[in-house]
Design a protein around this ligand. Structure first.
Ligand SMILES: NC(=O)c1ccc[n+]([C@@H]2O[C@H](COP(=O)([O-])OP(=O)(O)OC[C@H]3O[C@@H](n4cnc5c(N)ncnc54)[C@H](O)[C@@H]3O)[C@@H](O)[C@H]2O)c1
Ligand SMILES: [Zn+2]
Length: 362
């Protein structure tokens, strides 16, 4: 097994140990010492029962684990309440450890519930979607959607550890798998040209297990490196928001429809739209803009959102926490593998980009 250990040493909080390896879930007891915890509490997604069984088997026998199967959607306060109640009923105390087994929907809620229960208990993430393996489970953002706004309520709280087992992806639906490439491609675009090249060299399903594990490790390293320098997003961490200013607005709107977009799909559209903005702002060439769009299409990700209204998207964007003082704020590529943050863009330019991605055919 190929296991990697990354210690981002995120300040002022504790270091997070990340283990990546095929079959890592079976070795959890040797990777993380759970003996110092009074009890273990598992928050598991109902669709990962098969992995939950493996986890329960691998955990030390004397530990009582409470299973709470909660569905992935919606990521709302009710789910958090369910977790708090179950933790209380199970007698969790300040020395309990919460283990989140699921995608970002579980990690965001389980992490928030853990970081607020009795003013905060430790939690460990075992991400089961590609998106959460490369992104959501690392970096300490926890929270939930509120009043129709994505992640409106939340807290920065670092997990004590993350266990990434690419084998858990074997059961993941292919649409979800491809959605994860949205964040992987973003990591390459904002930080590492070689990673972008590697991750877009072929269609996601064509990568071997070993190649995929390498891609996952590299994405985690990029995320950890960026977060390490700016845990609470006052500077560099904002780079990770590329594609998200527009992507989150489209994602929120899509959640109100019968065919909601997945997070990676929405930010793919966001990245395509924001690449248009970057080009209009003179940050990237037309060739680079097309390269970005082509790479997303090749991965099987959407780059347009026909049917969405520009005015609706703009309205959603105004209420985004990334947009301070009524201005539209973006993180934009200024080349392939590099990006800049805090880019104020005139509304007219944003509207033009939105028009381009929402028109029926391009
Ligand atoms: N905290 C962060 O930094 C961060 C970053 C990115 C995204 N997010 C959040 O993460 C959420 C999206 O998370 P996600 O994309 O990981 O998906 P998800 O948690 O919503 O799960 C997607 C679907 O896959 C199923 N599933 C999960 N793992 C599976 C497996 N191994 N086999 C079969 N089915 C499985 C789930 O039941 C669900 O139906 C969004 O709410 C987004 O806001 C958070
Ligand atoms: Zn994201």
């Amino acid at each position: 097994m190929h296991t990697l250990s990354v210690k981002p040493d995120i300040k002022p909080q504790k270091a997070t140990t990340i283990h990546v390896g095929s079959g890592a879930i079976e070795q959890i007891s040797s990777l993380f010492d759970s003996s110092r915890y009074s009890s273990l509490f598992i928050v598991a997604d109902k669709n990962v029962q098969v992995h939950l069984k493996k986890l329960l088997k691998a955990l030390p026998k004397e530990v009582v684990a409470v299973v709470l199967p909660i569905g992935a959607q919606p990521k709302d306060l009710k789910g958090i309440q369910k977790i708090w109640t179950a933790m209380h009923k199970a007698g969790c105390d300040r020395q309990s450890l919460v283990i989140n087994l699921g995608g970002g929907s579980i990690g965001d809620r389980g992490g928030f519930a853990a970081s607020t229960y009795m003013r905060g208990v430790d939690f460990l993430n075992i991400p089961t979607t590609l998106l959460s393996q490369v992104d959501a489970s690392v970096g300490g953002k926890t929270g939930f959607d509120f009043d129709g706004i994505k992640n409106l309520i939340g807290a920065f709280s670092q997990p004590m550890g993350v266990l990434v087992d690419p084998q858990l992806l074997d059961t993941l639906p292919s649409r979800e798998f491809i959605s994860g490439f949205g964040e992987i491609i973003k990591h390459g675009l904002i930080w590492d040209k070689d990673h972008f090249k590697k991750a877009t060299a072929k269609a996601p399903q064509k990568f071997s297990q070993a190649e995929l594990t390498d891609i996952i490790i590299q994405s985690i390293m990029i995320k950890a490196e960026i977060v390490q320098g700016d845990e609470t997003e006052t500077g560099m961490r904002k780079l990770l928001n590329y594609g998200h200013t527009i992507g989150h607005a489209i994602e929120s709107l899509s959640l109100e429809t019968k065919s909601p977009l997945l997070h990676g799909e929405a930010i793919s559209i966001g990245m395509a739209a924001e690449a248009i903005i970057a080009n209009k702002q003179g940050l990237i060439s037309a060739v680079e803009k097309r390269k970005i769009e082509k790479a997303l299409v090749r991965a099987g990700l959407p780059t347009t959102a026909p049917g969405f209204k520009v005015s609706d998207i703009l309205k959603k964007m105004q209420s985004d926490k990334k947009n301070s003082h009524g201005e539209l704020n973006f993180s934009l590529p200024d080349g392939i593998g590099r990006a800049v943050y805090d880019q104020k863009v005139p509304k007219a330019v944003v509207s033009e980009a939105l028009k381009a991605v929402t028109k029926k055919s391009r």
